[in-house]
Design a protein around this ligand. Structure first.
Ligand code: ADP
Ligand code: MG
Length: 723
């Protein structure tokens, strides 16, 4: 029997895997694998506990002596919970997470073992990490990489390993990961936003960054996955004719989740909750076999660690259920892609969400101040924000066919838009008020009803939308590390808020009253950043033209979009905020270009292999059958042209494919000779990737005519509907 049919049979035989129902309520096991505050109190002495809290909350340095006590407590807790190894867990620029496991036990030379895990080992490690991408920063042998403990994200246990969240830096201090710049950007926006908060409330001492991600993904049966080399090696289908039924009926969205999937989700939720990932919602997405998981939002550093952790354990748990998780942004042609909405907000240590309207004119002025400054930052750095979410895989979701354009604009909704319009036209010192229907009033100060913005006003086509009390950055890719987007948002906001403060202070110094100075500056900003505000249909062709007219960044080529990191405005912004220096930015873009090239290179190879080893041989086999039949019919004097037509058709496709694959290989050879990473990536984009659609087109057409009994690859209808 054809392997494909064996696998289909295997897939159909996969039954829902039993999940041990947790005997207790989520609140009983939530965080049970985390070295959280409750556990710390139990395992650390009072002095150590308090010192560690102060490090976690205020960044107070921890002495080595206290680090030793923390390590001792942490080790004891880990051993009590079945761990026998520990690892520094970090997020290198490869994407994903890295870990190197060490045993808690060390031989002492006399055949005995002692358990070694000191404060020094907890705090710092030198992983043998010369193969992590570094964009040239660690090219010399003495330039080593270090991982260092991030006490703001708690350690946790996966299987039998204690994982210690760490940053990953070069010996010379440059960031080689996502966590260092994320922490820097959170601290930059903390500083800048706190200073602006002081116009309204002197008691604010910190502003925190919050992130709530929504993770979309596809599930496919592992038997079918295993016989699709494209899925195995690239995470997406490089070919496959559209299924007769796909998402037209939209019957998958909010439909009942099938039991095999439900059991997987339950298992995943149970494991996630134990690891302290506060998962809250799960549902089907629009496309068949597409799902979404979202937690309750948390501080951005922790939220991002949790997303990284979730992506890892998802894969593990899926295997238990004979599934594979596809995190690729566009695994199937003609079917919705997957994103990872990043819900982002800033909040004060006094408990105020700065993107939420308040009850008093002062609170509302503060809200409008932060909102307008964010829009101004997004306007100024719209090209850079696009670069922050761009990748070879996400490029399929942005700017390619059947996808929103690669243009960053901000959606504000009718209410906020009218507020900004009125503000722009109003006399400077009107109070911002809303009537009972949440309609803005702009005169006099009177009782201000507490306002509830109508956040049902959603525009699903906007890459960056205000949704009532937060911004939703929707352009982030499903496989992305959220940090990249949040780093850019926070840094750009920090720069803008600092500038705002300087300008308002300058007006105040000239004798303008504070509120009026703020209004004047806001009015100026609203006018200046109008171009990025767009509430219409972001998927329409008119918008592409309009956006170009408005001067927004409309570049669609991923390797050229990466250039935005090195624009002088970006260099200046990252430098001023202390998030990245020039060396780091150059290194990171280098890594982006290199990664882009590698991904396209792998896809090109896989596509070439499948075409030559799977498709053409099968086409030839079928052709031979048809030829034999046609020949015999002719012998018998039966005259029909349709078989001959079909033979000709297949022959045209196969010879076109042979030529295209040979040309693509040539194009790759030329590109491979280029040394410069940027040039090489551009070459891959312009001269190699251009073959993909054409090759696929021929294969997909043959899939329609070649005997189903011969077709080697699981078809879309099998991949998407068997579960
Ligand atoms: P939807 O799909 O309608 O956008 P979800 O409930 O799936 O809504 O996801 C909303 C996400 O936004 C959740 O992760 C939630 O915790 C998060 N979120 C809610 N409020 C905030 C906020 N103030 N800041 C950051 N994230 C938030
Ligand atoms: Mg959302």
């Amino acid at each position: 029997m054809l392997l494909r049919f064996k696998m289909v049979e295997a897939a159909l035989n996969h039954r829902a895997v039993d999940v041990k129902a947790p005997s207790s309520r989520p609140s009983d096991y939530f965080g049970e694998k985390v070295f959280g505050r409750n556990v710390m109190r139990k395992y650390l002495d009072k002095r150590t506990y308090e010192a560690l809290l102060s490090t976690m909350d205020n960044g107070t340095p921890l002495s080595l002596e206290l680090a030793d006590s923390v390590a001792a407590g942490m080790r004891q807790w880990a051993l009590d919970n079945g761990a026998d190894h520990y690892t520094h867990w970090f997020q290198p620029l490869t994407g994903g997470t890295a870990e190197k496991h060490d045993s808690f036990s060390d031989p002492d030379g006399k055949g005995l073992v002692i358990e070694s895990f000191s404060g020094k080992v907890l705090a710092q490690q030198e992983p043998d990490a010369s193969s992590f991408p570094n964009g040239g920063i660690r090219n010399t042998f003495e330039a080593r990489g270090y991982s260092a403990w991030d006490p703001t994200s708690p350690a946790f246990i996966v299987d039998t390993t204690l994982c210690i969240p760490t940053v990953f830096i070069a010996y010379t201090g440059e960031a080689l990961d996502y966590k260092v710049p994320l922490l820097r950007s959170m601290s930059a926006v903390d500083k800048a936003a706190t200073a602006v908060c002081h116009y309204f409330d002197k008691s604010v001492s910190h502003v925190k960054t919050f992130l709530g991600w929504e993770q979309e993904f596809f599930l496919v049966d592992e038997s079918l996955w295993a016989v699709r080399p494209d899925l195995v090696l690239t995470g997406r289908t490089l070919m496959g004719h559209e299924s007769a039924k796909n998402q037209q009926l939209e019957d998958h969205y909010f439909g009942a989740i099938p039991s095999r999937v439900i059991n997987f989700m339950r298992d995943l939720e149970y494991e996630s909750l134990k690891l302290g990932i506060p998962l809250k919602t799960r549902h089907n997405e629009v496309a068949p076999n597409q799902f979404e998981l979202a937690p309750v939002y948390e501080e951005a550093n922790l939220a991002n660690d949790h997303n990284q952790l979730l992506m890892t354990i998802m894969d593990k748990i899926a295997r238990r259920h004979h599934f594979r998780v596809l995190l690729h942004e566009k695994p199937f042609k003609g079917i919705n892609g997957s994103g990872k909405h990043n819900n982002w907000s800033l909040g004060t240590d006094t408990g105020v969400n700065l993107f939420s309207p308040g009850k008093t004119p002062s609170e509302n002025l503060q809200f409008i101040t932060f909102l307008v400054n964010v829009i101004a930052a997004v306007y100024k750095h719209n090209g850079l924000l696009k670069a922050s979410i761009m990748s070879a895989t996400n490029a399929h979701r942005l700017g390619a066919n059947e996808a929103p354009p690669a243009i960053i604009s901000a959606f504000l909704g009718a209410q906020i838009s009218s507020i900004l319009d009125k503000l722009e036209r109003s006399a400077s010192d009107d109070a911002i008020r809303f009537d009972a229907k949440n309609v803005l009033k702009m005169s006099g100060v009177a009782q201000i009803p507490s306002i509830l913005l109508d956040n049902t006003d959603r525009n699903r086509t906007s890459p960056f939308a205000f949704t009532g009390n937060r911004f939703e950055f929707r352009a982030v890719g499903s496989s992305d590390n959220c940090a990249e987007a949040i780093i850019t948002l926070c840094s750009a906001a920090a720069e803008q808020l600092t500038e705002f403060k300087i300008n308002v202070d300058a007006r105040i110094e000239k004798g303008v009253k504070k509120d009026r100075a703020i209004y004047e500056e806001l009015k100026r900003l609203i006018k200046s950043c109008k171009a990025v505000h767009f509430d219409g249909n972001g998927y329409s062709d008119e918008w592409k033209q309009e956006a170009a007219k408005r001067g927004l960044d409309c570049e669609t080529s991923a390797p050229k979009i990466f250039d935005r990191y090195l624009d002088s405005a970006s260099l200046k912004m990252f430098d001023k905020t202390g998030v990245f220096n020039k060396v780091e930015l150059e290194a990171r873009t280098e890594v982006k270009w290199e990664t882009y090239t590698k991904k396209i290179q792998i896809e090109a190879r896989v596509l070439g292999d499948i075409t030559m080893n799977h498709i053409i041989p099968v086409a030839s086999k079928y052709e031979a059958v048809l030829l034999d039949k046609a020949y015999k019919m002719k012998e018998l004097g039966i005259k029909f042209d349709s078989d001959v037509e079909l033979i000709r058709d297949i022959q045209l496709h196969t010879s076109a494919l042979q030529k295209l694959v040979a040309d693509m290989v040539d194009a790759r050879r030329v590109a491979n000779r280029i040394e410069d990473q940027r040039e090489k990536a551009i070459k891959y984009h312009d001269t190699v990737a251009v073959y993909f659609d054409e090759i696929r087109d021929h294969i997909d057409k043959m899939e329609e005519v070649i005997d189903d009994q011969l077709w080697p690859l699981p078809k879309y209808r099998e991949l998407l509907f068997i579960r």
